[in-house]
Design a protein around this ligand. Structure first.
Ligand SMILES: Cc1cc2nc3c(=O)[nH]c(=O)nc-3n(C[C@H](O)[C@H](O)[C@H](O)COP(=O)(O)OP(=O)(O)OC[C@H]3O[C@@H](n4cnc5c(N)ncnc54)[C@H](O)[C@@H]3O)c2cc1C
Length: 483
């Protein structure tokens, strides 16, 4: 989007060897989108040829690489940014490949890019291959092996059905179940793809319909809780249709409110759990040992391969990268217990810094790609303000950020995510640095422009002024450096 807006000096740092983010990292069997692909794509780069309603990982990865190529992004892969410091005029980055300077720093670190490995006693003693779903070992052949999968969240419900036919025994360790609803995935027929190609308006229409349907879900989760019972009925009927064994039904049926934990979409999770080579284990894991897993009831189950479908460390945002303002105070210190940012994007006293997929920009429904586009729209609006005022630095006003945060926290309290379950959004102290508590329509509306009085602009050597002196008349706006 920076390229499209005419910014030429844009450098992207990526610690992995390829772009793609989670779609480069998560190559486990069955990995796929759980938002229909016509909404999980950039509005400015529609792909009429997704093979399925919900594209598989490899297609999304290829799409993202193609977009990066098309916009000639200058991506420094294999480069980890470890620290960034604002010196009053520019950002100074420490990277694994040396130093870099930029006028503007945009973080796009993802909320789900750091795998979380639980502290299970003895995990390191396991004799066979043990790996996280986001670090899938494609060199390990699972055919005829006894496989233990720890976790029953979004990754597990995709990987378990995908590997079940090949393995000898599959033990799935569940801490607490989550609600699911049918995904209703299907492959597009060639003639449908040709129609999308020929009449792009059809794809845009489909995108709008998907968005509308997902907004109904968001309304139910945020404020209109009367919308939830039909989803609960659908979820129960999905369990009851697939599972006849009352004991297994009991094990997979959550006791908490639907969508309090992430609501999962699947067509094959419950049927897979009924297969003769699959056991759903609900006893707490006591320890892992060289040959398998022992649960708290004393049962020992042998395993050749251990798969951790245990999710991600979600509340670090930019961590472990250390971002510091001029006086040395870091973003982590400024945040304290709860990361917070105005519209999830800007933080008082951290000038020219913009966070993508920052605090409170996640949802229980909707497409993160769409959210990222809205956030970038806001970044572009802020940069346009800089240009228009001929200023060099922009930062959100503390009073504006605090007023936003107060209304956000008040709205969060009434959402389903705070109805008493454990989920990855809310921390052990009840703080929620993850969720957006309103409709996505509202996020789009608020990010589309800069609300008068919310930002301060100044020249590099002048702080807090409403208007900037031109501090470097020779410097053309398009020569500004973005990272
Ligand atoms: C398996 C899986 C499936 C998902 N499915 C969906 C879905 O169907 N729909 C949906 O809306 N969302 C989904 N998500 C959420 C997903 O996180 C977002 O959709 C989207 O990928 C976020 O994009 P991003 O670019 O912000 O972050 P990411 O895709 O996480 O990319 C961040 C990148 O930044 C790099 N990075 C981080 N820190 C540094 C650093 N200091 N230096 C250098 N590089 C760094 C990381 O290596 C990573 O490549 C899914 C997540 C996972 C894990």
């Amino acid at each position: 989007m920076l390229r499209r807006a005419g910014y030429d000096d844009v450098t992207v740092f990526e610690r992995h060897e390829r772009v793609g983010g989670v779609w480069h990292a998560n190559t486990y069997p069955g990995a796929a989108c759980d938002v229909p692909s016509h909404l999980y794509e950039f509005s400015f780069a529609p792909n009429p040829r997704w093979s399925r309603r919900y594209a598989p990982q490899a297609e999304i990865q290829a799409y993202l690489e193609d977009v990066a190529r098309r916009y000639r992004a200058d991506v420094r892969t294999g480069t980890d940014v470890t620290a960034a410091r604002w010196d009053g005029a520019r950002w100074h980055l420490q990277t694994s490949a040396g130093e870099h300077e930029a006028d503007v720093l945009i973080t796009a670190c993802g909320q789900l890019s750091m795998p979380s490995v639980p502290a299970i006693p003895g995990l390191g003693d396991f004799a066979g291959p043990a790996f996280h779903t986001a670090r899938w070992r494609h060199d390990v052949d699972l055919t005829g092996r006894r496989v233990a999968v720890v976790g029953t969240g979004c990754s597990a419900i995709q990987v378990v059905p995908a590997i079940q036919p090949a393995v000898a025994q599959l033990d799935v360790y569940q801490r607490s179940p989550g609600w699911t609803i049918p995904k209703l995935d299907f492959a597009y027929k060639e003639r449908t793809l040709r129609l999308f190609e020929r009449f792009p308006v059809l794809q845009r229409l489909d995108r709008a319909v998907i968005d509308g349907v997902l907004e109904v879900g968001t309304a139910g989760m945020t404020k209109q809780h009367w919308l939830l019972p039909p989803f609960r009925a659908l979820a129960r009927s999905q369990i009851n249709r697939a599972i006849k064994d009352p004991e297994l039904r009991r094990k997979v049926t959550p006791r908490d409110e639907i969508a309090c934990k992430r609501l999962m979409l699947t067509d094959d999770w419950y049927p897979t759990l009924t297969k003769p080579n699959v056991e759903l284990v609900t006893d707490r894991i006591a320890e892992v040992h060289g040959g398998g897993i022992r649960t708290a009831d004393g049962t020992d189950r042998a395993a050749d391969v251990l798969v951790l479908a245990t999710g991600f460390a979600t509340h670090g945002f930019v961590a472990p990268m250390e971002i510091a303002r001029e006086d040395g105070r870091t973003l982590a210190e400024a945040w304290g217990d709860v990361p917070r940012a105005y519209l999830g994007i800007t933080v008082p006293e951290f000038p020219n810094l913009f966070l993508l997929y920052g605090p409170n920009t996640n949802g229980g429904s909707g497409s993160v790609v769409d959210t990222l586009e809205s956030a970038m729209q806001h970044v572009l609006a802020a940069l346009a303000e800089l240009e228009a005022a001929d200023a060099r630095r922009i930062e959100v006003r503390r009073d504006a950020a605090e007023a936003f945060d107060r209304s956000l926290r008040a709205a969060l309290a009434g959402t389903v995510w705070h109805s008493g379950c454990t989920n990855w959004y809310v921390d052990a102290n009840g703080n929620d640095p993850s969720q957006w508590p309103w409709l996505w329509r509202e996020y789009r509306r608020r990010t589309a422009r800069i609300e008068p009085g919310t930002y301060e602009l100044s020249s590099a050597d002048e702080q807090g002024g409403a208007h900037a002196e031109r501090d470097d008349p020779e410097r053309a706006p398009d020569a500004r450096r973005m990272t």
